[in-house]
Design a protein around this ligand. Sequence first.
Ligand code: NYM
Ligand code: MG
Length: 217
Amino acid sequence: TQAQPTRRGALIVVEGLDRAGKSSQCEKLRDYLSQQGSPVKYIRFPDRTTPIGKLIDSYLRGSSHQDDHSIHLLFSANRWEVAKSIEEEIASGTTVIVDRYSYSGVVYSAAKANPTLSLEWAWQPEIGLPRPDLCLFLGISPEEAAKRGGFGAERYENETMQTRVRELFRTIFEKQNGVSIIDAGKSIDEVASEIQGAVAGCIARMDATAPLGKLGP
Ligand code: NYM
Ligand code: MG
């Protein structure tokens, strides 16, 4: 008999506004999958630990200034610097959960309303990055976000930006296939079980012969 080829891992992206509960849900999903015996890894963007990530962190905390285009490209470079390792994990059968990805990248940058930084411009450096097999968008109303402690102290965590970000997420996810919109205003456990359902379905569809895709134009 022939050996079964290893089933590849899935690339699962979790997106949403600040305060939607992405990080808690990613942790819950990681724990759920590992209890199921599924190899899993949880990463997040920005990855503030690398040299590029440290520049981003200082920008977000307001201790440095960057041109809008320049910081955008740094966020993208911060994904490119781990793209290869994501591909390797996936190929070896590990499911990778990613907390924010290219969608946050384009939406937050385009929300600045800089006349030469359109969604289209912002997407270009993302082309060729690993393409998620599933993207979960955690949607939350401004009222619910406010109940969860309102805005933090970082750049972008203000009413004007969050409103534009909300609009732009809607714009890009309307014309995107393979996005699951989750009502993140529900309880943590309800949201978690909805996510588990979507992810289980996605993982079940993985097989070694369907390679991980790349983000297109
Ligand atoms: N952000 C995140 C961007 O502006 N571009 C990106 O490419 C990514 C991944 O960073 N307000 C913004 C969105 C967030 C901020 O992220 C920090 P987090 O998940 O709150 O640490
Ligand atoms: Mg945040």
